[in-house]
Write a protein that binds this ligand. Structure first.
Ligand code: ATP
Length: 410
């Protein structure tokens, strides 16, 4: 493919279809350079232009005359946009690859296209506020300023969610029940309870538990009326390891909580006579209720993850062998758990340039090797690959997110 670049003024919109207009985000003076993303790599080239988000530069524009149009692989954003029924997008991948940036840019794009959108962070190390450059902390719905349709953010506090779970469980199946049973001389059942290893679970929660509870908390929120308006919900999830463990947690917790509740029933019938003598009723029915609710939400989370109609997990990666291998393992685990995956975002792809910078040339070669891996990887090769270029400043704030979103979600 050959591409000719000139830097003449932008022609009127009616000019030849083979001429691509370069977008300029005039409101913030962010520039995009000619870019076309193809399966074989980012076909971006200019003698005078590297891909950059440059502040305070004079308004410039380029025109690209494509001699042979590259085969572009797009995200299929129209499909993501279509329908007014609620859809969930979970973005996940290795730490630091750009999950938050991609999730935030998707949320902005949905909102700008008319969908009332909620973006949720379930990563214990939240970075939504940093990404939007707005204070979105507080654990409740916070409006994001800027997009056309309502966009709200929610940063779930995993510690608070975990504490709630711990309290509910302790009253029913943790040390609270164990002490209670010991006191009643029901050591045998206490041993059975020990087999559940629930005490351990609560004392040293497995990584991912916080996120599972955070997501269950979101489900609880979504049942409230004020959340009905959201037609797109984008999750910025924690790095891969957490996500993988998270996937198996709903089943694990469902089983554990189910056992606890059954056990509680047994205990309550076995001890009803004793309780009636000693008049010990306590507040257990309320706690049991809470635990049962948590269990129901866990089941909803699990079902939500697997619902191909409404949910999609988008894997975000960067063009390095390590990140791509990790993405492959993630995809394999998601497949085992029947979580629908269609798209793979490859972020921070170095655009080709005519400069002879040795470091860039080496880096580009390295990235190309990694990108080639995707095409032969049995887990990843079937996915729609969407590439986003590495830009030269941090992606922060609505204009920058719009810029990234316009390149990614097409
Ligand atoms: N295409 C890009 N070009 C340049 N910088 C980028 C790009 N994508 C993301 N970044 C920057 O990389 C950093 C990490 O991005 P981000 O926080 O989105 O990653 P993350 O995967 O969510 O990280 P974590 O795993 O820590 O939550 C940020 O400073 C962000 O601005």
């Amino acid at each position: 493919m050959a591409t000719i670049f000139t830097s003449s003024p932008i022609p009127p919109p009616s000019s030849s279809a083979s001429v691509n207009r370069i977008s300029v985000l005039s409101s913030t003076k962010l520039h995009a350079c000619p870019l076309s993303l193809s399966k074989k790599g980012a076909s971006f080239s200019s003698n005078s232009c590297s891909l950059s988000l440059t502040r305070k530069q004079p308004r410039k524009s380029f025109q690209v005359r494509s001699v042979a149009a590259p085969v572009e692989e797009t995200a299929g954003f129209d499909e993501m946009l279509s329908g007014t029924q609620r859809k969930y997008y979970l973005l996940g991948g290795k730490g630091g690859v750009g999950k938050t940036s991609c999730a935030a840019s998707l949320a902005v794009k949905f909102a700008n296209n008319g969908h009332p959108t909620l973006v949720v962070s379930t990563d214990p190390a939240h970075s939504l506020s940093d990404s939007f450059a707005q204070d979105l902390t507080g654990g409740t719905l916070v409006p994001v300023e800027g997009p056309l349709a309502p966009l709200y953010a929610l940063e779930i506090d995993p510690d608070q969610a975990k504490a709630e779970f711990r309290n509910a469980s302790k009253k029913n199946g943790g040390t609270g029940v164990k002490d209670f049973m010991d006191g009643m001389g029901l050591g045998l059942i206490a041993e059975q309870l020990g087999e559940l290893k629930l005490g351990e679970l609560l004392d040293t929660p497995p990584p991912g538990l916080d996120e599972a509870i955070a997501i269950s908390k979101v489900i609880q929120f979504l049942e409230l009326e004020e959340y009905n308006k959201f037609t797109r919900i984008v999750f910025d999830t924690a790095p891969t390891g957490h996500t993988l463990r998270l996937l198996s947690l709903p089943d694990f917790l469902d089983a554990s909580i189910g056992k606890i509740l059954k056990l509680r029933q047994k205990i309550s019938s076995a001890t009803s006579a004793i309780k009636s003598v000693f008049g010990q009723e306590g507040n257990q029915p309320d706690a049991a209720d809470k635990l049962e609710k948590l269990r129901e939400r866990m089941i909803k989370v699990r079902d939500l993850f697997r619902d191909t109609e409404s949910t999609e997990f988008v894997i975000v990666t960067i063009p390095t062998v390590m990140a791509i291998n990790e993405s492959s393992r993630l995809r394999s685990s998601l497949k085992k758990e029947n979580v629908p995956v269609k798209r793979l975002v490859v972020n921070q792809v170095l655009p080709p340039s005519a400069s002879d910078c040795k470091f860039c040339a080496m880096k580009r070669k390295d990235q190309t090797r990694a990108l080639d891996l995707i095409e032969t990887d049995p887990e990843l090769s079937t996915l729609t690959v969407v590439k986003a270029p590495l830009v030269d400043i941090e992606i922060r704030g609505i204009p920058a997110l719009q810029f990234l979103g316009d390149m990614l979600w097409k």
